[in-house]
Design a protein around this ligand. Structure first.
Ligand SMILES: [Zn+2]
Length: 60
């Protein structure tokens, strides 16, 4: 199922939705306007986009 960003209307990447299923914003808009969902913050212990960057850094 595809979801579009509530701000720019672009399709939110599936990878992001897997981590943040409730989000209505793409990564760019979340960075510019602030994330709309903090549901996972408890589990992760940090901002979800920071967490994703960290995961990317580990993988690369
Ligand atoms: Zn957007």
């Amino acid at each position: 199922m595809q979801k579009k960003c509530e701000i720019c209307g672009k399709i939110i990447p599936e990878e992001r939705l897997r981590i943040l299923p409730e989000t209505k914003r793409c990564v760019e808009c979340a960075e510019k306007n602030g994330p709309d969902v903090h549901a996972k913050r408890r589990d992760v212990g940090m901002d979800i986009d920071t967490y994703k960057d960290l995961l990317g850094a580990i993988r690369s």
